[in-house]
Design a protein around this ligand. Structure first.
Ligand SMILES: [Fe+2]
Ligand SMILES: [Fe+2]
Length: 196
């Protein structure tokens, strides 16, 4: 398992698939951080970073990549419907876990279940969706789609610079579903409103 400190900062990555695969690594590392954090504030903060990253990542996929995959890749409807079902399930688990709270005695057990589901889902994307996406879309298409994912990613800094954390936290206060709504707005602006 790689350490997050070895994940290069590649904010200038231009291929949407590369961006999403890198986020899968970050998500796995954030699960590690939550599991390793002592109970209390440290764990709550680590979990909040994970919630944010998952909301941002899955929303970006739902808004940007899956709809395009449905149109462009062979067998797109089937592949995307399966991924969306997995994402819905994970989103529900995430909401339940958020309500439970990081200090609840059942938190760790539920976190393990969520982790297994999320990582299996990411693996399915990397195996069944992304390879076809790479070969059946153009570089220019993937570059254009990356804009939406990058705009969303700015909402979920995994290791924010001192001084910016509280601003981001204020922006993204609320439930995971509220984060999804906010992220969706940001992506739609980035994808549709070049220049506004
Ligand atoms: Fe996904
Ligand atoms: Fe993903």
């Amino acid at each position: 398992m790689s350490d997050h400190r070895n994940v290069p900062e590649l904010m200038d990555e231009n291929d949407v698939v590369d961006l999403l695969v890198r986020q899968h690594v970050m998500i796995r590392d954030l699960f590690d951080e939550v599991e390793d954090a002592p109970a209390g504030n440290r764990r709550a903060e680590a979990f909040q970073r994970l919630v944010r990253m998952l909301a941002v990542h899955e929303t970006a996929e739902e808004e940007v990549v899956h709809p395009y995959a449905r149109l462009k890749i062979e067998g797109g409807d089937e592949v995307v419907d399966e991924r969306l079902a997995e994402e819905r399930e994970a989103k529900q688990m995430l909401s339940d876990l958020e309500r439970l709270g990081t200090d609840h005695p059942d938190f760790s057990g539920h976190l393990q279940v969520l982790r297994a589901a999320v990582l299996a889902h990411a693996h399915a994307e990397e195996r069944h969706e992304f390879p076809r996406f790479r070969t059946q879309t153009s570089e220019a298409e993937r570059r254009a789609l990356a804009a939406g994912v990058k705009a969303a990613e700015a909402l979920a800094p995994t290791h924010p610079h001192p001084g910016t954390e509280s601003a981001v936290r204020n922006l993204l206060l609320g439930t995971p579903l509220a984060l999804v709504d906010r992220t969706r707005d940001v992506i739609r602006q980035a994808m549709g409103g070049r220049g506004d």
